[in-house]
Design a protein around this ligand. Sequence first.
Ligand SMILES: [Zn+2]
Length: 243
Amino acid sequence: MEVFTQQQVSGHKFILAASDNTGCQTVTVYDHTRIYYSSLYAGQSIILENVHTSVKGSSSSRALTLETNNGGRIWNISAMTGWLATKFLSAPVPVKDVVNFDRCVCQAVITQVNSVGSNHTIRVHMSCRSEVDGGSGQFCCQKCGVTHLNEMLNKPGQQKSPSIYWKWQYNLSLELHDSDSSIEACLTDQTAEQLLQTTASQFADHVKNTQEQVLESVLAQECLFGISSIRGRCQIDAICLTS
Ligand SMILES: [Zn+2]
């Protein structure tokens, strides 16, 4: 079995809380592929495969563990796009009713793309996905209370090396309209990347004008949106273009 330590790059080990109608449980995930940590968002529907239990420490309480190198997998149902296209499965609801559901599908036109904060993209800490404050030569995460040296001190003209401590992430929301109402919903990093057809780090490298052009290119598109609502906030988990 692979050994995970505190020093390893984040994403190897994380804890998620999953609930169904019988209760809520935390699951410790050991992900040697490091694909799950940055792709799971609160409110999404998931299927956990090959979760196992173990007795935690000296207490008799049972801990749930999922290990990807031991057959464990996480299926993110909310982020899958295929079923959106099947109206029989997705049963779209009017935009005005979206807030009444934990998860639903609606068909709508994109009328505006907004930044959630002051910027279209933000730099987030790999460990906690909170925005980091960057300075010259170093950056810090207020949430974790850590400061790292910024290892991206590249000379002009050189390819930037990806950071192991932080990454670019989209910070966007869409205004969605149908025939009689509108709603604002946040994009996940994955749905923003799919919609804009460019990664957050590529987008951040563009000059302001090019960024605006990329954002404008999606206006007036009609799509099916898989939306989850959690703590009064709508989130777009999946997008499928309508033909
Ligand atoms: Zn942090």
